[in-house]
Design a protein around this ligand. Structure first.
Ligand code: SAM
Length: 280
């Protein structure tokens, strides 16, 4: 391998985000959002999201929930959409340009580093499927807390990927999960972070915490398959380069997923999630 290729390989592996960014990520994030939209909106309502608030969507990705945040805080409120990735922010910005209100500001920042947003300026910070991709989630939580006004609220939603409940023991889904877990271990991130979310926020010194666990069954197996295949196309190349799966094994896994039934009486798939609300 040439020196340049070796350097690029190290950079590729050093990036702890296993998924795609920009256009390749957009459709999957939208499909995923369509599944969790209702629960996320309810979670935000429970945390008191309302008119006139200043809020931040941390790790906003391609902006799946910005329309809801923008509309709910209204013309007297403001939304900051923060992501470390420029490719994600470009798509989020494009989407937001079609919204009726002009109350969103986009910020490219790494939330584990000191943030340029004013300290104690936010009523609410929202982060969905963010901490699972970060090696030092404590640092991200510390920065998010510093941005909240006293009494402000942090709303977090994370998965427990190992707790996938399927109506039948599909071996392809088990192997998919095991490969993802091996990749997470290699990258030094925790795809089961939902399990320790409460403890992480307690250790960060929030005054009050409310946690609930949800298992939203996905009965549309064709959609589940589509999401699995899209995810595989995103994290697969990284898993190969990380050495947690061989190219031919990944191809076999892809075929096994393709072979999963699309319609089956009473079939469902559910991933456990933790929904946390923490008051500063
Ligand atoms: C799985 S996506 C979720 C996007 C969005 N929250 C949603 O639910 O549709 C995670 C996002 O977090 C961003 N991200 C990862 N690490 C980050 C960091 N350290 N600071 C800010 N954003 C980060 C990624 O670029 C990606 O857009």
């Amino acid at each position: 391998m040439s020196l340049k290729a070796r350097f690029e390989d190290r950079e590729f592996i050093a990036d702890t985000y296993a998924l795609a960014r920009g256009q390749q990520a957009s459709k999957r994030l939208e499909l995923q959002h369509s599944l969790y939209e209702h629960a996320s909106q309810k979670h935000l309502a429970n945390a008191g999201l309302s008119q006139g608030q200043t809020v931040c969507d941390v790790g906003c990705g391609t902006g799946t929930i910005l329309a809801h945040l923008s509309q709910t805080v209204g013309p007297t409120g403001h939304v900051y959409a923060l992501d470390v990735s420029q490719a994600q922010l470009i798509l989020a910005q494009k989407k937001a340009s079609r919204l009726p209100l002009r109350n969103i500001t986009f910020i490219q920042e790494d939330i584990t580093l000191p943030c340029h947003l004013e300290r104690e300026s936010l009523d609410l910070v929202y982060a969905r499927f963010l901490l699972m991709h970060i090696q030092t989630p404590e640092k991200a939580i510390h920065v998010m807390k510093s941005l909240l006004k006293p009494g402000g609220v942090c709303v977090s939603q994370e998965s427990i990927l190992e707790e996938v409940h399927a109506s039948s023991p599909y071996p392809a889904i088990r192997q998919y999960g095991e490969t993802l877990m091996a990749l997470a271990a290699f990258l030094g991130v925790d795809y089961n972070i939902g399990r320790r979310l409460e403890r992480l926020f307690e250790e960060a010194g929030f005054s009050r915490i409310k946690i609930a666990y949800h298992q939203q069954p996905l009965e549309d197996l064709a959609l589940a398959k589509q999401l699995l295949l899209m995810g595989l196309a995103e994290w697969g190349p990284k898993a190969i380069r990380a050495g947690v799966i061989k190219g031919y094994e990944l191809e076999k896994l892809r075929k096994n997923i393709l072979d999963l039934p699309e319609e089956q009486e009473g079939a469902s798939l559910a991933i456990r999630q933790a929904h946390l609300i923490a008051w500063k």
